[in-house]
Design a protein around this ligand. Structure first.
Ligand SMILES: [Zn+2]
Length: 104
């Protein structure tokens, strides 16, 4: 059980450490640590569940993506994410902009 407040506790999510998909994302984005969401699962690369959960801003960011998946559905989210990434790039992708706003 995580003791990070009601929001995290009641949200339906899973965490997968040593994720191959997150490793690919880390290589693509040229960063050391990665958390990425597919559906309700937060995939981690080069970070532990504990370290991840201790970083509240990071958790809020990834939970925002889970909310986006809920809103759009899996396939539409993935399509939108890909389309926005091509059109705007990673940083200005509206789904990333929204998730960064949720960090505060
Ligand atoms: Zn993000």
């Amino acid at each position: 059980m995580h003791l990070y407040g009601a929001l995290y506790f009641f949200m339906d999510y899973r965490i997968k450490e040593h994720s191959f998909l997150a490793l690919l994302a880390a290589k693509k984005l040229k960063v050391k640590k990665v958390a990425m969401v597919i559906g309700k699962t937060i995939h981690l690369h080069n970070t532990s569940t504990e370290d991840f959960l201790n970083n509240k801003r990071w958790v809020k960011h990834e939970l925002a993506h889970i909310e986006q998946y809920k809103k759009h559905g899996l396939l539409k989210f993935l399509f939108l994410y890909l389309w926005y990434s091509i059109k705007y790039g990673y940083y200005n992708n509206p789904l990333e902009v929204e998730a960064r706003k949720a960090e505060e």
